[in-house]
Design a protein around this ligand. Structure first.
Ligand code: NAI
Ligand code: AKG
Length: 420
């Protein structure tokens, strides 16, 4: 197995390919088809020169990996983070292909990113960098080819800049990105959608186990778009969020953190650090804190062979992409921990992105009630479909989701005549 950066964390692409191969074996896919599904459709790597506010020039590397388009336009977020590298973006693009298929929305998969630290750039530097990146990729994305969206370190404002820059070349095209500000054709409910999807997915799993959200103790790693919305909605549903972390630090209160007050604090102080309503703890201990349900909502590979044995949660809901290494999967499975995999658990974001794209193409805006009700239907159906695959292949939820996604993409690929 290939490992980079540290001994404990597996390379993201090696981990994703391993899950792909296991699922492909369960489905008995033909080896030529397997190879065609694994190799990305197109890999784009561009140099982006940023004129900084002080007049100096800095070079960044940007990526857009377009993994597969058998089921429709490629779809996936754009990440700004110092650890963005081609293997990670490749893995994330591949995961998008299986995720859109699990959600049963008419898309393929892609992902992009720039290896930068957005926290160290001013707003005008972020705008210039986003525009330069868009200039480099504008002829390879499009409403019916590849539709970006926000991911870690990017937000609706980033999408507005991409939309504006793209429109200079192709005419006004709101449907070229999703996760836009509402004033530019964004969908009501998209901002909360990944967190809301995490709530619906958790409810589906707990219902299946004869349980409910109320009274369960949650720990959440990451308090950005996904983590903070998940925390808020879980809090409203009667769940007790007992510990939270972000890049600034970690906090804990076994009686349950007052999430609305924490959200206010984070808006003012840019992080959970210093929140007076809970005790500070070591960020490194967050994943092994005592709880019923652990929600990683930050980086990949955080649950690995080093810490898996110490995890106390009975359930892990993967709000982040690929937070769990296959080695940790094995350890956790032996401990009886149930994992709701990323390609299902965090599919609420891309599902509402699909609703946004549909609204843009139709030129007709839905109300938020409709968006949330449709999202619930998709997540509940997705859970049923994943469980069905678990039954058919006698496998866990991750392999249930992978076999579901792979099977749908393989069928579309064959129907389109891939051997011609
Ligand atoms: N935004 C979306 O719609 C979707 C996001 N995701 C995934 O969810 C995860 C989070 O994404 P967003 O919330 O959008 O990003 P974000 O940029 O809004 O928030 C990221 C959060 O992670 C925290 N963080 C970063 N490094 C950390 C560390 N070492 N320890 C603890 N916390 C750390 C940051 O402080 C921040 O609170 C990512 O894995 C992303 O790929 C998945 C599906 C959709
Ligand atoms: O909303 C989208 O199109 C993609 C979101 C995303 O990047 C993800 O699900 O990981």
């Amino acid at each position: 197995m290939v490992r980079l950066f540290c001994q404990t964390k597996m390379n993201a692409l090696a981990a994703t390919n391993r899950n792909f191969k296991l699922a492909s074996r369960l489905l008995g896919l033909d080896s030529k088809l397997e190879k065609s599904l694994l190799i990305p459709f197109r890999e784009i790597k561009v140099e982006c020169t940023l004129p900084k506010d002080d007049g100096t020039l800095v070079s960044y590397v940007g990526f857009r990996i377009q993994h597969d388009n058998a089921r429709g336009p490629m779809k996936g977020g754009i990440r700004y983070h110092p650890e963005v590298d081609p293997d990670e973006v490749n893995a994330l693009a591949q995961l998008m292909t299986w995720k859109t298929a699990v959600a049963n929305i008419p898309y393929g998969g892609a992902k992009g990113g720039i290896g930068c630290n957005p926290g160290e750039l001013s707003i005008s530097e972020l705008e210039r960098l986003t525009r330069v990146f868009t200039q480099k990729i504008h002829d390879l994305i499009g409403i019916h080819t590849d539709v970006p969206a926000p991911d870690m370190g990017t937000d609706p404002q980033t999408m507005a800049w991409i939309l504006d820059e793209y429109s200079k070349f192709h005419g006004y095209s709101p449907a070229v990105v999703t996760g836009k500000p509402i004033d530019l054709g964004g969908s009501l409910g998209r901002d909360a959608a990944t967190g809301r999807g995490v709530l619906f997915a958790t409810e589906a799993l707990l219902n299946d186990q004869g349980k409910s959200i109320a009274g369960q103790r949650f720990v959440i790693q990451g308090f950005g778009n996904v983590g903070s919305w998940a925390a808020q909605l879980i809090h409203e549903a009667g769940g007790k969020v007992v510990a939270v972390s972000d890049v600034s630090g970690a906090i804990k209160d076994k009686n349950g953190i007052d999430i609305p007050s924490l959200i206010k604090h984070v808006k003012e102080h840019k992080g959970v650090k210093g929140f007076s309503g809970a005790n500070a703890i070591e960020g490194s201990s967050i994943l092994v804190e005592d709880c019923d349900i652990l929600i990683p909502a930050a980086l990949g590979g955080v649950i690995n062979r080093e810490n898996a044995k110490d995890i106390k949660a009975k359930y892990i809901i993967e709000a982040a992409n690929h937070p769990t290494d296959p080695e940790a999967d094995e350890i956790l499975s032996k401990k009886g921990v149930i994992i709701l995999p990323d390609i299902f658990a965090n599919s609420g974001g891309v599902t509402v992105s699909y609703f946004e794209w549909v609204q843009n193409i139709q030129g007709f805006m839905w109300d938020e009630e409709k968006v949330n009700a449709e999202l619930k239907k998709y997540i509940q159906q997705g859970f049923k479909d994943v469980k069905e695959m678990c039954k058919t292949h006698n496998c866990d939820l991750r392999m249930g989701a992978f076999t579901l996604g792979l099977n749908r993409v393989a069928r579309a690929t064959v129907l389109r005549g891939w051997e011609a």
